[in-house]
Ligand binder design. Structure first.
Ligand SMILES: [Zn+2]
Ligand SMILES: [Zn+2]
Length: 263
């Protein structure tokens, strides 16, 4: 006789998986039938891909900001540096972020990263285009912050690379160059770590592969990533690139952790 007690959890799990698959299929069908659905909340959206409410939930980072690292400043009377850039200039010529990491921007990024949200890439390319054009010269190498191959195989894509590729295509600026930097050492997630722990966690994680060296020689670089928290990852990557002979390194991120992120 079959052991019912052992089969029950398996049956429940299979039912849950079937329900999830049906829900996903229903969502895809709804997207086909109702193309103007908000990508976040599924309410009616215009052609931007976001409904009015989710659009309002995006808070762009606006001037005044530190001319070097892009940190929003309370006030400024002239071209200004933040206290951090006065005391210890970062290894990047400029960092800019599209949005405060809060509300809709946080949801967009989590969806993009963990929810198989590659269909968001064209929308994100449109949202990032203005700052991308400001930062990327025609000859700039556009280098996404790489994932370690183990994480890449688990996630099946690098969201920063997809965004970078679409930004180059959409604006016609820069040269997409995802093979110029690798993450050769796996690192634990930076979430929940202090600034100092993040620096130690990421130290030595990146390398420039030898075949990339001739192409890097003196060229300006624009790095692309999704979220900036303390900057430890971008700083480490920028040091590897400049040590390997690149020109000035700048960075564009979709969102930056600021005071609003904790509001
Ligand atoms: Zn919405
Ligand atoms: Zn600064």
């Amino acid at each position: 006789m079959m052991d019912q007690t052992r089969l029950m959890p398996v049956t429940r799990a299979a039912t849950a998986r079937t329900a999830a698959a049906l829900a996903a299929a229903a969502g895809q069908l709804a997207t086909l039938l109702l193309p103007h659905q908000c990508v976040l909340c599924r309410q009616f959206a215009d052609t931007t891909g976001l409904c009015a409410s989710c659009w309002d939930g995006l808070t762009p980072i606006a001037a005044p900001l530190c001319v070097r690292c892009g940190l929003p400043l309370g006030h400024t009377l002239a071209e200004a540096l933040c206290a951090g850039c006065w005391t210890k200039p970062p290894p990047l010529a400029a960092i800019r972020a599209c949005f405060h990491y809060a509300d809709s921007a946080r949801e967009l990024i989590l969806h993009y990263k963990h929810g198989d949200g590659l269909q968001l890439t064209p929308l994100l390319a449109r949202l990032g285009a203005r700052l991308f054009i400001e930062l990327a010269s025609a000859q700039a190498l556009v280098i996404p912050v790489p994932l370690h191959r183990r994480r890449y195989f688990r996630r099946r894509y690098n969201q920063a690379a997809e965004w970078a590729r679409h930004l180059c295509q959409y604006t016609g600026q820069g040269i997409f160059a995802p093979d110029m930097l690798i993450r050769h050492r796996p690192t634990r997630s930076q979430g929940g770590l202090s600034r100092h722990q993040r620096q130690r966690n990421i130290a030595g994680a990146f390398a420039v592969p030898p075949p990339a060296l001739p192409r890097l020689d003196g060229r300006p670089v624009l790095m692309i990533d999704d979220v900036l928290t303390t900057g430890a990852t971008l700083h480490e990557a920028a040091r590897r690139l400049t040590d390997a002979g690149s020109g000035p390194v700048s960075a564009l991120v979709l969102a930056r952790v600021t005071r609003l992120s904790h509001a």
